[in-house]
Ligand binder design. Structure first.
Ligand code: NAP
Ligand code: ZN
Ligand code: ZN
Length: 352
């Protein structure tokens, strides 16, 4: 495909796995007939941004611009755009396109499409270059991958819904988390704190597992009925064999067998965390009690809109800590120390 007309926008990018992020100028395509151009107001900081910036998943191409929890204002629309108008506030999550024709796309599961285009780190057919994410002043996205943000939600606090929100909402909907179930959430970070909020909103009995004793009070305020400090063997033993469903949102190496042992018979542990290194799985915790280990990846476009609308109705947003763009490298270091309450969000007005 020939290269389209482009414009330049300011961004924060990194040139290698070991370089800090720094100011840069990047190209975006000028909107085509079906495109929406968005001035980015806020962008959440997902741990995936850090894994990607540092090439921990071994597919990063540089220069790389992370960021896939984007909210902003529409500044231009192509002549064929029907769903959005200039001035509206909108969101963009982890996907910016897909093949549109495969069975997964036709059933609204674009995240499983072999041709899905991620907001960063995929091939951008328009520019013949890797896609660049939301640590930037603007982005251009085809209208079918732009989402509506309910008007009652605070925009900065809504940004993390675009990844942390849908990634925790989708598996709990798929496996029908609800009243009468005991649900565990492992790790009180960006994903975990949204998991606590959704599990509580769906009517489950919610138990949060944390390695950080200083998060116990917050976890209860966020909706957990019980909090277990996972480094305390007695507290863990007291929960053995009692869970219907556990959502594991841990970003680093940890012992998942300890959590498999907490499931009832036929219980399910869903991994959404994506640590750099493989996690060893022992056979016996799965064999005994016929337990399942599964995984889940973000969510499709229809379900992401459903999740945003659910958040509008139930007034659910993320607890955020606002940062300036030039604080991003410190924010990464704090995220690695599990020191974020509970999602950093970049105020993009500070990218000047
Ligand atoms: P985060 O905000 O950094 O939270 C991770 C939490 O994990 C920490 O706050 C900490 O919670 C816990 N933790 C960290 N290191 C640990 C260790 N060594 N042992 C045990 N617990 C530890 O990260 P996030 O943005 O929520 O992302 C979490 C993971 O999900 C990342 O790997 C990310 O790439 C992945 N992710 C996956 C999807 C998907 O579609 N599946 C989407 C988005 C993100 P405590 O202090 O409470 O222990
Ligand atoms: Zn993410
Ligand atoms: Zn497809």
């Amino acid at each position: 495909m020939s290269k389209l007309v482009c414009y330049f926008t300011k961004a924060y990018s990194t040139g290698s796995a070991s370089s800090p992020l720094s100011a840069a100028t990047i190209e975006r395509r000028t909107p085509t007939a079906t495109d929406v151009q968005i001035q980015i107001l806020y962008c959440g900081v997902c741990h995936s941004d850090l894994h990607f910036a540092r090439n921990e998943w071994a597919f990063t191409q540089y220069p790389a611009v992370p960021g896939h929890e984007i909210v902003g204002r529409v500044t231009a629309v192509g002549s064929g755009v029907k769903k959005f108008k200039v001035g509206e506030t909108v969101g963009v999550g982890c996907l910016v396109d897909s093949c549109r024709t495969c069975p997964d796309c036709r059933s609204g599961l674009e995240q499983f499409c072999a041709g899905m285009v991620m907001t960063y780190g995929s091939m951008d057919e328009h520019l013949n270059a890797p896609t660049l994410g939301g640590y930037a002043q603007s982005i251009v996205v085809t209208e079918d991958f732009v989402l509506r943000i309910p008007a009652n939600l605070n925009l900065a606090s809504a940004a993390p819904l675009l990844c942390a929100g849908i990634t925790t909402y989708s598996p709990m909907r798929h496996w029908k988390v609800g009243p009468g179930q005991k649900v565990g959430i492992v790790g009180l970070g960006g994903l975990g704190h949204m998991g606590v909020k959704f599990a509580r909103a769906f009517g489950a009995h919610v138990v949060l597992f944390t390695t950080s004793p200083n998060k116990v009070a917050d976890a209860k305020r966020l909706g957990a009925h019980e909090v277990v400090v996972s480094t305390d063997a007695d507290q863990m033993a007291a929960q053995a064999g009692s869970f219907d469903f556990i959502l594991d949102a841990v970003s680093a190496t940890h012992d998942i067998n300890a959590y498999l042992n907490l499931l009832k018979h036929d219980g399910n542990l869903v991994l959404v965390g994506a640590p750099e290194k493989p996690l060893p799985v022992a056979a016996f915790p799965l064999l005994f009690r016929r337990r399942s280990l599964s995984g889940s990846l973000i969510g499709g476009l229809p379900e992401t809109q459903e999740m945003l609308d659910f958040c509008g109705t139930h007034n659910i947003t993320s607890d955020v800590e606002m940062i300036r763009m030039d604080q991003i490298n410190d924010a990464y270091e704090r995220m690695l120390k599990s020191d974020v309450k509970y999602r950093f969000v970049i105020d993009m007005a500070t990218l000047t």
